[in-house]
Design a protein around this ligand. Sequence first.
Ligand SMILES: Nc1ncnc2c1ncn2[C@@H]1O[C@H](COP(=O)(O)OP(=O)(O)OP(=O)(O)O)[C@@H](O)[C@H]1O
Ligand SMILES: [Mg+2]
Length: 232
Amino acid sequence: MLRVEDLSVAYGSVKALEGFSLEVAERGVLHGVIGANGAGKSTLMDAITGRRKPTRGRVFVDGRDITRLSVVQRRRLGMSRSFQRTSIFPGIRVGEQLELVASQLGETDLNGIVDTLELGPVYHELADSIAYGDQRRVDIALALVGQPALMLLDEPAAGLSTSETVALFEHLAKVVRERNVTALVVEHDVEAVFRFCDTITALDLGRLLASGSPAAVRSDPRVIAAYLGSAG
Ligand SMILES: Nc1ncnc2c1ncn2[C@@H]1O[C@H](COP(=O)(O)OP(=O)(O)OP(=O)(O)O)[C@@H](O)[C@H]1O
Ligand SMILES: [Mg+2]
């Protein structure tokens, strides 16, 4: 359903992505993206969502070449995203914010989204007054509005403890299963990625290191050498 082909992105002389390819075959897959700081993970998310134009290469969704489409056109085709920082508005209730976005995008199953992410208990709370872990689930709920086929989540667990990260990934696994959405998720906690993701891509300095099942990526000599080190 998603294919990235020979993608390159440069910021001036910095080659953030270089001849990068990636494929996620089906819907309903949790796909982890791992790599050291500066490896090009956020750049990859930006290139897939249309925020950053590649200097070379193509992006396909369901076989359709979307490389030249705008962010808004891609959103209409069923692509949504969340950012490294939370998108929550302070001073407005969780439910109000969700209802606002739902009415904009014609979402008819907001209750289903709220149930999947177990946001019922905080629905009437002010968004900036709830626990940070709950705020991160609101971010995911916002990305789920409008029935996207593909969600791009850039470090949804940023700022969470190890146990909170595990809880968030449990929710993500449930989201992809229950809502038949594919999620590409950037995450630094490799243990959580190996435990919860169906497939994984590892990158290093803008290049593909390995892609495949958690077991295959974990045992890949290039991943161990470049990224996991002796701890892998
Ligand atoms: N707007 C920009 N202008 C110039 N260079 C940039 C810009 N954004 C990113 N870079 C550079 O491109 C490379 C890839 O950055 P990117 O943000 O994609 O990495 P990342 O894998 O998301 O890192 P992190 O784990 O720290 O979020 C880095 O060398 C970074 O310094
Ligand atoms: Mg990043």
